[in-house]
Design a protein around this ligand. Sequence first.
Ligand SMILES: [Zn+2]
Ligand SMILES: [Zn+2]
Length: 312
Amino acid sequence: MAKLRVLVAGVIGWCLWWGVAPPAAAAATAVPPLPGPVVRGFDPPDQPWLAGHRGVDLLGTVGADVVAAMAGRVVFSGTLAGRGVVVVSHGALHTTYLPVNPTVAVGAQVGTGQVIARLAAGHGCPGGTCLHWGLKRGDTYLDPLSLLDTGPVRLLPATSVELVGSLLADRTQALAAGGRLPGLLTRPVPGAVGSGFGMRLHPIFGEWRLHDGVDLSAGCGTPIRAAADARVTSVSRDPASGNRLELDHGQVGGQHLVTIYLHAQGFSVRAGASVRRGQAVGRVGSTGWSTGCHLHFTVKLDGSYSDPERFL
Ligand SMILES: [Zn+2]
Ligand SMILES: [Zn+2]
């Protein structure tokens, strides 16, 4: 209990840190705990008692997966001053994640990129909710972005914060108005649209029906990639859909976004799993009511079918 109090004091005061640490694997590759972008950078105060920003803020949505930036051991998982916090030890380095709803327990070993929590509300930033991501070596705060290779996280200057906010507002409006948002989703297979969204003469039944998605041309066995970060809602099989996968992308622009993938040979993920944007989740097939290998790709917004081409 004493140890815990010291630890808690350390997290609250951002000053004490317990434990004798082996040398850190400073060269280890890290991943951003959320895709970002970074809307507030690292701005440590000149003196410990002054205000500053002892980490970076990554823009996300409530409920989004938060992953461990590097492999390590969970040394704190709980609530501090009303906010959920996870702290992962990587030897001499610690990374902190808040505010979150932790999904790991103290003592758990976690791998790089493993989900450790879901983003919670409470660290507001323009355009939505932010994850505050911190990095410490002993008592010293470091810039967590220094862990990353230059790639995935875009650091926006403070002047861009308003821009991000207005971009998100535009996105919300475009979704509500049925507009196009190219790039919101990654194309799950490279092929062109063979049959579009809307009413069509059904190729097997010869009657007019709503084609509730698009048929993307792809050879048998082509990897199917998740259109965005998601949790797997279900993997199932029925006579019409063949092998069917449903992914839940959470709230986007105030609407609940779901994607569905039909006719696959099979899927390599299970219900409940977290998947990253672009991750291979299965292979194209021709199961169910299908006349040849292709991917039927469906997008649902708040439960209603929407033309996937709006988002690709
Ligand atoms: Zn912050
Ligand atoms: Zn189809």
